[in-house]
Ligand binder design. Structure first.
Ligand code: B12
Ligand code: SF4
Ligand code: SF4
Length: 318
């Protein structure tokens, strides 16, 4: 199976992935996920609860699964919005699900040649991608809850391939957070605790996933929203490991198009229906949907009226 691993590594490199690691599909996941859900940290993301058995047992996703391949794909390391309203780095460009799916299908084909059956995901499947990425030695789970790498930090997407092939596996690497607690200390809502993120307090949840009309923004979260319009990168911006250059050149498809970079907040607010669909066609921002994005924009608008001195354009443009 060494040959199969070499072949998939070679193909992944050619397709633009920055690294690949392999873990055993039956690696013991412990109780962290169950505990997290029992405490209600998944907020309104009921699908996480529904998929719990599959998440904890890859055999339910692919009977006969022996290995999990995890791949990293770099995304931009700076914020490109030249107008008010911050969009998290990972969502600045084209929808990464659409970008990565055909690449994963190519890798599936390579592995099929060696007799494997596969299922592939990027963010969309019932599999704990960070857990397997850490098991596969690609990095460690930092106090911000994310996979942090020695080369490239945490600014990357994770993709996963479950396969029936018994591939040579990698070993986990030590945690390099040391005494640092910058992410925990700078999280605007205190959502982080020892590598676990409580979605009920996470601004990323409130600006991307809280699409239920009944979802009422807790006052603490409302106050902390700042200028964020989609997602939140604070616990990554402060991480010293993200000061290092990317592990590989960023795919231009993931860069922010000029029309979005320059679109004033007030004009975004007035986009509705067909024009909204058209403007965000193919963009990762579509995930929030029109209603949630409008709700967030309204809050931004009212908070910027209350605090006119807020200046966004001076944000970190490293
Ligand atoms: C649901 C979800 C969210 C939710 C909940 C966040 C959360 N902390 O889980 C919300 C909407 C808030 C969110 C936000 C973000 N997300 Co998100 N999210 C996911 C998703 C779909 C599932 C994560 C999940 O299951 N969480 C529940 C926790 C408990 O499970 P887990 O983190 O996998 O934990 C496992 C292991 O870590 C392990 N574990 C955890 N702690 C410990 C401790 C010990 C001692 C042990 C042994 C094991 C262990 O056990 C758990 C169970 O197996 C994943 C994709 C995926 N399929 O995995 C992306 C993912 C984690 N998100 C991602 C990103 C980029 C983000 C944001 C940065 C986006 C943004 N800029 O706004 C933020 C960051 C917030 C943060 N600090 O976590 C990336 C992370 C890439 C990376 N470098 O790690 C992923 C992997 C998507 C992808 N495929 O690229 N996200
Ligand atoms: S994404 Fe923002 S709100 Fe969520 S844990 Fe990180 S810093 Fe806190
Ligand atoms: S900011 Fe510090 S504690 Fe948080 S993930 Fe990075 S190194 Fe670890």
């Amino acid at each position: 199976m060494r040959e199969a691993r070499q072949a998939v590594e070679y193909a992944a490199r050619a397709l633009g992935f920055s690294a690949l690691g392999v873990a055993r599909a039956d690696a013991p996941q412990g109780n962290a996920l169950k505990y997290w859900i029992n405490r209600g940290c998944h907020a309104g993301m009921d699908w996480l609860e529904r998929h719990l058995p599959a998440r904890l047992n890859p055999q339910l996703v692919l009977p006969g699964a022996r290995s999990v391949i995890i791949l990293t794909y770099e995304y931009p390391r700076s914020d490109a919005r030249q107008q008010k309203g911050i969009i998290a780095r990972y969502a600045q460009g084209e929808d990464y699900h659409k970008l990565l799916s055909p690449k994963l299908a190519d890798l599936d084909e390579t592995l099929s040649f060696y007799g494997g059956k596969q299922v592939c995901f990027s963010d969309s499947g019932p599999i704990s991608e960070r857990f397997f990425a850490a098991q596969a030695g690609l990095g460690w789970i930092g106090r911000n809850g994310l996979l942090v790498r020695l080369r490239g930090g945490s600014f990357c997407f994770l993709s996963s391939i479950l396969t029936t092939l018994d591939l040579p596996v990698d070993s986990p690497i030590p945690n390099h957070c040391g005494k640092c607690r910058r992410c925990e200390e700078s999280c605007p809502t205190g959502a982080l605790h020892e590598g676990s993120c409580d979605a009920r307090l996470c601004l990323s949840y409130w600006t991307i996933e809280a699409r239920n009309e009944q979802d009422k923004l807790p006052p603490k979260v409302r106050e902390a929203l700042g200028e964020r319009m989609f997602g939140c990168d604070t616990c990554q911006e402060v991480c010293p490991w993200n000061r290092l250059p990317p592990a590989r050149k960023v795919d231009p498809h993931l860069l922010m198009p000029v029309r979005l970079a320059r679109m004033p907040l007030e004009e975004l607010e007035h986009l509705e229906g067909e024009p909204w669909q058209h403007f965000f066609a193919g963009s990762s921002v579509r995930r929030a949907g029109e209603k949630l994005l409008h709700r967030t924009l309204q809050r931004l608008h009212s908070s910027s009226e209350a605090t006119p001195s807020l200046e966004l354009n001076k944000r970190d443009l490293r």
